[in-house]
Design a protein around this ligand. Sequence first.
Ligand code: HEC
Length: 141
Amino acid sequence: MTRPLFMAVALAATLFGGACSKNEPEPEAQPAAESRRERVAAEPALDPTTGLIMAQNWEIVRANCTPCHSAKLITQQRGTAEQWLTMIRWMQAKQNLWPFDEHTERRIITYLADNYAPDAARRRAAIPAALMPPNPYSSTE
Ligand code: HEC
C-alpha cells in the first residue's frame, strides 16, 4: 500500500469514528414503563416474509410501514427515536404517508428505536491496533 492510501483509510476511520461517537450516549427519547432490555429479545425471531424482528408491536409496523416499500428499507436502517421520527415526518410530508394517532406513532417509534437502534452491539468490533495502518497524525510515534 502506498502512503496516500494509508492516510485515506486513517482519515476515513477518524471521520467515521467521530460521526458515530456523537450518537453514543443518547438518552431514551421516551421513557417507557419497561426498560429497553425487557422489551428486546436477546435472539430476536425474524418474520420470514418481511424480515422484521418479531418483537412487541411488530405487526403495527408491518401494517403501516410495508404497503409502499419493502421492509428491507427499514431493516437496513438504524436510528434513534428522534431519527426515526424525522424519517416518518419526511415520508408524511413528501411521500403520502398517512398521519398516525399519538398512540400508534409512539408504538411504531418505540419498536423502531428499540430494534433498529444505532447501538454499539450492532456495530463490528474495533479493528485491533496491530491491524491498522500507521496513523500519520499520531503525536506519540
Ligand atoms: C405511503 C407510502 C409509504 C409508507 C406507508 C411508508 N413509507 Fe417509507 N418511504 C416511502 C417512499 C416513497 C420512500 C423513498 C423510497 C426510495 O427512496 O426509493 C420511503 C423511504 C423510507 C426509508 C428510507 C429512507 C432513507 O433515508 O433512505 C425508510 C427507512 C422508511 N421509508 C421507513 C418507513 C417506515 C418506518 C414506515 C412506517 C412508519 C414507512 N416507511 C412507511 C413511502 C412510504
